[in-house]
Design a protein around this ligand. Structure first.
Ligand SMILES: NC(=O)c1ccc[n+]([C@@H]2O[C@H](COP(=O)([O-])OP(=O)(O)OC[C@H]3O[C@@H](n4cnc5c(N)ncnc54)[C@H](OP(=O)(O)O)[C@@H]3O)[C@@H](O)[C@H]2O)c1
Length: 280
């Protein structure tokens, strides 16, 4: 297995199994960091309008010697731009900032159900895909009830749902729903978010020692062995390379069962989907 390995989405397009997240990177540092990631072998970069670093991300992709088609780029529509009169112009602004002709994946960033705008925004994404501006469309932070509404109302199943998912918040209760509908799960905060709290668990350190790997490599491997798509972020070149070096070992069934004991109902670090009521 390698960083070029892909999964096939429910729309027939392929997505690299390991991505690189850029949240919290200042725009003027993002080009160098994404370039380091591409040089380390990552072929899948996750940005968002709300991160303020689409310019730096796009520059790294354009300046790379890799063919554009070899790099999978995701961005996300900010919730304040969900109204139909704003969404299309907002997508165009993303493409201007990225400086790319088309996008691999565009997501609705949060459902913000209190404002009831996500269904209209989903219809705009369907149109953008039909016009060839974006290859795949999906959502982020959506609960099964939100996904079900999109599917029932439009018949178009999101290709992915990007969710907080790591050993301390493993989201096992909603994985079946995603599998039944062929919705791939991209995992944000795969190391536990800023500060990487999950890596401090003694159990992870022990398993890492047993495999002569680092705690981060064990946690990323845990995601990959479940068919999940982790998006680790690092601003540190050594860690960027470390997090990509996860293809030469296997966690045993016992390792996986032990890591499952770290799952906690209160292990989520960002708000739950139903708690996010402010447009951003
Ligand atoms: N859709 C959404 O709502 C949403 C929400 C949150 C995140 N995301 C996406 O998911 C990506 C990843 O999530 P995240 O940034 O929240 O957290 P994360 O990737 O779980 O963790 C990032 C933290 O881990 C540290 N780290 C990285 N590699 C490490 C290693 N090998 N050893 C020790 N520490 C390490 C980083 O430090 P340094 O950077 O200092 O190395 C940083 O503090 C984001 O960048 C973004 O693309 C999406």
């Amino acid at each position: 297995m390698s960083l070029a390995q892909t999964l096939v989405l429910n729309d027939g397009h392929s997505i690299p199994r390991l991505g690189f997240g850029v949240w919290r990177l200042p725009d003027d540092e993002t080009t160098a960091t994404v370039t380091a990631a591409l040089n380390a072998g990552y072929r899948h970069i996750d940005t968002a309008q709300a991160y303020g670093n689409e310019v730096g991300t796009g520059r790294a992709v354009r300046e790379s010697t890799l063919p554009r088609r070899d790099i999978f780029v995701t961005s996300k529509l900010r919730t304040a731009d969900f109204p139909p009169e704003k969404a299309r112009a907002s997508f165009n602004a993303t493409m201007d900032r990225l400086g790319l002709d088309d996008l691999d994946l565009f997501l609705l960033h949060w459902p913000v159900p209190a404002h009831d705008l996500y269904l209209d925004a989903w219809k705009t994404l369907i149109d953008l895909r039909a016009q060839g501006r974006v290859r795949s469309i999906g959502v982020s932070n959506f609960l099964p009830e939100h996904l079900k509404r999109l599917i029932d109302e439009t018949g178009v199943v999101p290709a992915v749902n990007q969710l907080e998912l790591h050993p301390s918040y493993a989201q096992r209760d909603i994985r079946d729903f995603h599998a039944q509908h062929g919705i791939a799960i991209q995992c944000y905060s795969p190391l536990g978010g800023e500060g990487a709290a999950v890596l401090a668990a003694p159990l992870i350190a022990q398993i890492a020692q047993n495999h002569s790997k680092s705690p981060a490599q064990v946690v990323i491997r845990w995601h990959l062995q479940q068919g999940l798509i982790p998006l680790p972020k690092s601003a540190t070149p050594k860690r960027i390379a470390e997090n990509a070096d996860v293809w030469d070992f296997d966690l045993s069934d016992q390792d996986m069962q032990q890591i499952a004991t770290l799952d906690r109902a209160d292990g989520k670090t960002l708000p739950r989907p139903e708690e996010m009521n402010t447009l951003f």
